[in-house]
Design a protein around this ligand. Structure first.
Ligand code: NI
Length: 138
């Protein structure tokens, strides 16, 4: 995870901004201000890494109507021709028409985003949610 001893540094911040921050981190149940700031820094670095086409992991959740012509075939075809990004899938039959598929993805962030867009844009896919995070610095 982290290497070396933790460093301390001072921050100059307007009191009203600090007050708002403290009330937010209390809501999020952070144990300390330091832990909240560490998480913000990690999120910032992860977001920047994603912009730089770094390596990422992601969960893509799709809800689609499998009775619609061609949906299942397109979903399968895209996943078969997508390289090593799809690590695992979970399929749930929600009701007579609807299916939920959860894909665990790993690879270049740009490839993951492209795959996500291709799957979400298939006619018959009703919902698509991509949760992506960088693995460059963890
Ligand atoms: Ni199904």
């Amino acid at each position: 995870m982290s290497s070396g001893h933790a460093k301390r540094f001072g921050i100059t911040i307007p009191p009203d901004l600090l007050e708002k921050f403290d009330s937010k981190i209390e809501k999020e149940m952070y144990e300390s201000r330091s832990e909240a700031i560490r998480d913000l820094i990690r999120d910032f670095i992860a977001e920047e890494d994603l912009k730089e086409e770094g390596r990422a992991v992601a969960a893509l959740t799709l809800v689609y109507d499998h009775t619609r012509t061609g949906v299942t075939e397109k979903m399968t075809d895209i996943q078969h021709h997508t390289g090593p990004e799809v690590v695992s899938t979970m399929h749930l039959h929600l009701d007579e028409a609807n299916c939920m598929e959860i894909l665990a993805l790993k690879g270049k962030s740009s490839n993951i985003r492209e795959l996500s867009s291709r799957l979400r844009s298939i006619k018959g896919v009703k919902q698509g949610e991509l949760a992506i995070t960088s693995v460059e610095n963890i």
